[in-house]
Design a protein around this ligand. Structure first.
Ligand code: AGP
Length: 589
């Protein structure tokens, strides 16, 4: 899930590429590098580490030339080393390539090419510049060589190439991995995400699988046979300041504080579309919800809301497993796919399979124009604006709000649902300000703990799982979220003196049983952190949440868990925005 960028225009390329890579760094921070062309020479600088470190040691923003490509890496093939960092080049150092994706047949191609080409890295990517070199040596233009090379690649890819023989152009293409083109008066861009160049322009165009773009004096689009194709530029309504930290130390905290606003924006939907989707869901013979990671936990809350508010039970299937259920997916099936990025490869693949079987697809997405949005029959947008922290926070609550809108509409109470959501927002503000200090203290108090358990029942079971995921993502500790009733069937064996157990137990029909489960952990010496409207003697620490109707509880119970994960990262000296080994958009399977 690397981030790639290409730029050509009237300004020096290097500072623009470095700024763009900064906006893409949530996609990978194992290494960074750029290549520019100046006076017919290729200048390449790259190294291991976060972008600001590589900038410092290699003065990345000082490379000469008005044309260039850049990359931030999330390693898949080859160790995290300087030689495996991108850009990768051909034997003659005339071609440079940056790539996001996985070339599944790279070994076979490498074996074929090694008779004439010298490989220096362990990556799958390096076959691409050597293939291009092969075709250009045979007389092909850069476009033709990129087209021919891409036809030899198996797997998913988005890559951009430059060559000193044609020093005024960048050629890029994609299959399955995201690629978007941006254009302003005198500058053009190609990138993994529009966020990369949003400061420069919000006019974008999207490449379909197999299509190519040539950036140079003009922007030219070619279809999968290399023939010119017309493409319309659209305006994305994301404003650059939405993607800035606005004075916060980290995006994660800024985005948690954005949550009341994110819910308000999520309610701004085309009511006719919400109604059509609600009717479509009610009329479908089979409805399957699919997603990954935090989005799947939002889907589990959604499933609960459909059952609670409209008496309908629908299954949630992990997207990475969805393809194995394709035998039971047909044209009577409605698939509801959730993906903040709209680019998660597991979701895309599952949805492609379902569509091949004739299924209808509705999706909930934050990124306008993303692959999932473009392949869906109907799309609800989260309207959250960019989310830069790898740990999802405001998009999680916005996903919940969309499920509220759909399930209230299925119960014929959309306006009531919207009003109740808006009434929750000030309560979330209160929850944020009331608990921050205490959670900061708790994070310090538990900073030497490496095992955390989150328990809850009913609608909050999924919130317990989400809270545990956030703690894993930000603090690199073992954390498990589960139904409180499941504890005594195994996990209770892991509870010992001072083991932190976070008990999410609002005063509803789950309260008594959840409290007795908390007693079971206390009996084994657990340090019980209670998340509830009222203090209880079993709590060693109490996190107070506002009283809300059961169906809205996840909107208030998840907030303290996000804050605890955030402060735990800080207490352990971790960067909550760029957790190791993870990336914001998981565009490989
Ligand atoms: C969690 O903090 C992660 N960012 C991750 O679990 C994420 O939810 C998952 O990768 C799904 O991403 P998506 O919503 O963009 O498809």
């Amino acid at each position: 899930m690397c981030g790639i960028i290409g730029y050509v225009g009237d300004g020096a390329a290097a500072p623009i590429l470095v700024k763009a890579l900064g906006n893409l760094e949530c996609r990978g921070h194992d290494s960074a590098g750029i290549a520019t062309i100046n006076d017919g020479k290729l200048c390449v600088e790259k190294d291991v580490g976060k972008l600001d470190q590589v900038c410092e040691t290699h003065s990345l923003d000082g490379l000469p030339g008005n044309i260039g490509i850049g990359h931030v890496r999330w390693a898949t093939h080859g160790d995290v080393t300087q030689v495996n960092a991108h850009p990768h080049s051909d034997c003659k150092m005339q071609i440079a390539v940056v790539h996001n994706g996985i070339v599944e047949n790279y070994q076979e191609l490498r074996t074929r090419l090694e008779s004439k080409h010298v490989f220096v890295s362990q990556t799958d990517t390096e076959v691409i510049p050597h293939l291009i070199e092969e075709y250009m040596d045979a007389g092909a233009s850069l476009e033709e060589a990129v087209l021919k090379a891409s036809k030899e690649l198996k797997g998913c890819y988005a890559f951009a190439a430059v060559c000193v023989k044609e020093p005024d152009k960048i050629v890029a293409t994609r299959r399955e991995s995201p690629l978007v083109v941006g254009a302003s008066a005198h500058r053009s861009f190609v990138a993994s995400d529009a966020l990369a160049f949003l400061e420069e322009t919000n006019r974008v165009a999207f490449l379909e699988d197999g299509e190519m773009v040539v950036l140079g004096k003009n922007v030219t689009f070619l279809d999968k046979d290399g023939q010119p194709v017309k493409k319309e530029f659209k305006e994305v309504d994301w404003k650059w300041d939405q993607a800035s930290k606005q004075g916060f130390d980290f995006y994660m905290m800024k985005e948690i504080m954005d949550e009341p606003q994110a819910i308000r924006r999520a309610t701004m939907q085309d009511k006719k579309l919400v109604l059509e989707m609600a009717i479509g869901i009610l009329r479908s013979r089979q409805v399957v919800i699919t997603a990954c990671g935090s989005s799947r936990y939002a889907a589990l809350v959604g499933r609960y809301l459909f059952s609670r508010l409209s008496g309908q039970f629908y299954n949630v299937i992990m997207a990475s497993e969805f393809q194995y259920f394709s035998d039971s997916i047909d044209n009577n099936t409605l698939v509801i796919a959730l993906s903040r990025s709209g680019e998660t490869a597991d979701v895309i693949q599952g949805v492609k399979r379902a569509k091949d079987n004739g299924a209808t697809v509705y999706s909930m997405v934050n990124t306008v124009g993303s692959s999932l949005a473009r392949m869906s029959d109907k799309v609800l947008y989260l309207n959250c604006g960019p989310e830069m922290g790898v740990a999802t926070t405001k998009t999680f609550v916005a996903q919940l709000a969309l499920f509220h809108l759909l399930s209230f509409t299925m119960a014929n109470k959309l306006d009531d649902g919207v009003q109740q959501l808006l009434d929750i927002c000030p309560k979330i503000d209160g929850c944020l300000s009331k608990n921050s200090k205490k959670l900061q203290g708790l994070a310090q108090q538990t900073r030497d703990k490496n095992d955390f358990y989150y328990i809850a029942r009913g609608i909050n079971f999924a919130v317990a799982a989400e809270g545990a995921l956030k703690m894993k993502v930000t603090s690199y500790v073992h954390a498990e979220g589960m139904s409180a009733g499941e504890l005594k069937h195994g996990t209770l064996a892991l509870i010992e003196k001072d083991t932190p157990v976070i008990v999410i137990c609002p005063q509803d029909r789950t309260y008594e049983e959840t409290i007795s489960n908390a007693h079971e952990t206390k009996a084994r010496g657990a340090f019980v952190i209670g998340v509830s409207e009222k203090m209880h003697p079993i709590f060693d620490e109490w996190i107070e949440i506002p009283e809300v109707d059961e169906v809205f509880q996840p909107l208030v119970t998840v907030v303290p868990l996000q804050l605890l994960a955030y402060y735990s990262a800080l207490a352990r000296g971790r960067d909550p925005d760029k957790p190791r080994n993870l990336a914001k958009s998981v565009s490989v399977k």
